[in-house]
Design a protein around this ligand. Structure first.
Ligand code: UDP
Length: 395
């Protein structure tokens, strides 16, 4: 099931003409979020990508006008956490900026969905392109971004961005703490449609368990993140080591070459206490059904999560969600009310939360119901689009 196919198409004659720019070709959370926006804006706007890949196919499948202009390898290969490599990307950035100027002649504004896209768009602005909104979906900390990359992005934002749209308060605070101008920040929480989750019946969820070779009554903890150290799948495996009745469903694959981490996870999963209990199913698009096939959705990031779509998705699936108490996650979950929060990297606290949930089915059902009501009321696609339209109207 394609989450994006359920975007509500509110007729909006006043929607701006936007060039959405993203450097990524693969489907991370930022791209899934952009997909929903681009569908809503497809009558007036289009998407420019820096690389071929599944994102282009998803956009085209949703009838969004999309163009790929392959960026120089020196730009695509530069890592956000890399130091001086940012300098090597400069010629590629200049080249990409000129392409953005050419592509943006007939739009009102440019929406940059990633840091690389923003840096190129900000340079394009210097060359005469329309106003630029940086949709910041990352927490700009040393863990993910080298000091040089942060300084460059913040300096360009302060000088060239018309708005820095942030997906949580935590993301906005980190931008300001890194030197960003507070008056640029505009909060627009992500929003998701409940419809694909509501459409999955309990019978379908049980049938999916059977397809996956899992019994109707076994406790299943699902992790729905790309395989990457900071997503903390190892913490989840540590937590269930001493819970022999629990099965783990790992949904997702490594997106940015984290093969060493995947090998470590595989070793951990093969250890005698875990052998046969960890089920790897790779990247999937049927997230609502898979979440409903789980007893618990765990989001175990070791570092502050900017937003954490998976958390809201788990709530919409009416499953108890356990998230780590850092970054945007604490804006999505009230501990013990709409989900559970545990400290990051704390396998013992995570194990305790899993046990609590499994041992108290009635309280768990109430928790999941409150999570669902909260997510539906606060993080709907309709409110996302209303807030997004409004944010763009300010420019
Ligand atoms: N996801 C997916 N297929 C997978 C694993 C994850 O579509 O196999 C989706 C997941 O449902 C969520 C997104 O990827 O919508 C991840 O977003 P999140 O904000 O949690 O993390 P990010 O990737 O942005 O760090």
């Amino acid at each position: 099931m394609n989450l994006a196919s359920n975007v509500v198409q509110t007729p909006s004659p006043t929607r701006r003409r936007v060039l959405f720019v993203d450097h990524a070709a693969v489907m991370g959370g930022a791209e899934l979020s952009l997909l929903d926006l681009a569908i809503a804006y497809r009558d007036t706007s289009r998407v420019l990508l820096f690389d071929q890949g599944p994102f282009r196919e998803r956009l085209e499948g949703a009838n969004v006008p999309v163009q790929v202009i392959a960026a120089p390898a020196s730009l695509l290969s530069v890592k956000a956490s890399g130091g001086l490599s940012a300098l090597k990307a400069m010629p590629g950035l200049g080249w990409m900026a000129r392409r953005i100027v050419e592509q943006s002649r007939d739009v009102d504004l440019i929406h940059a969905n990633s840091q690389k896209a923003f840096v190129a768009a900000a340079l394009a602005r210097l060359m005469g392109a329309p106003p630029v909104v940086w949709h910041l979906r990352d927490i700009l900390t040393a863990g993910h971004f080298s000091a040089m990359n942060r300084r460059l992005a913040i300096a360009l934002a302060n000088a060239q961005a018309s708005q820095v749209m942030v997906n949580s308060q935590a993301t906005g605070e980190a931008f300001v703490a890194a030197g960003g101008r507070p008056n640029l920040v505009h909060l627009v929480y992500n929003g998701l449609s409940a419809q694909p989750f509501d459409a999955v019946s309990e019978e379908q969820a049980i049938a999916l368990r059977q397809e996956l070779g899992l019994g109707a009554d076994v406790p299943i903890i699902g992790s729905f993140s790309r395989l990457s150290y900071w997503k903390g799948q190892h913490v989840l495996l540590e937590a269930v080591r001493s819970l022999p009745e629990v099965q783990v469903l790992l949904v997702g694959k490594s997106l940015f070459g984290e093969d060493e981490y995947v090998a470590q996870l595989q070793d951990l999963a093969a250890s005698p206490e875990l052998a046969g209990r960890v089920h790897w199913i790779g990247f999937r698009t049927d997230i609502p059904a898979l979440m409903k096939a789980c007893s618990i959705v765990a989001h175990t990031s070791t570092e502050p999560e900017p937003f954490g779509r998976v958390i809201v998705e788990g709530q919409l699936a009416q499953r108890p969600v356990i998230a780590t108490a850092a970054g945007g996650a604490v804006e999505l979950v009230e501990d013990g009310v709409t989900g559970r929060l545990v400290p990051p990297k704390d396998a013992i606290a995570l194990r305790q939360a899993i046990q609590d949930i499994l041992e108290h089915p009635q309280q768990t059902a109430d928790l999941a119901q409150r999570g669902y009501d909260h997510a539906k009321a606060t993080f709907s696609l309709e409110s996302l689009l209303t807030n997004f339209d409004h944010a763009l109207s300010l420019i």
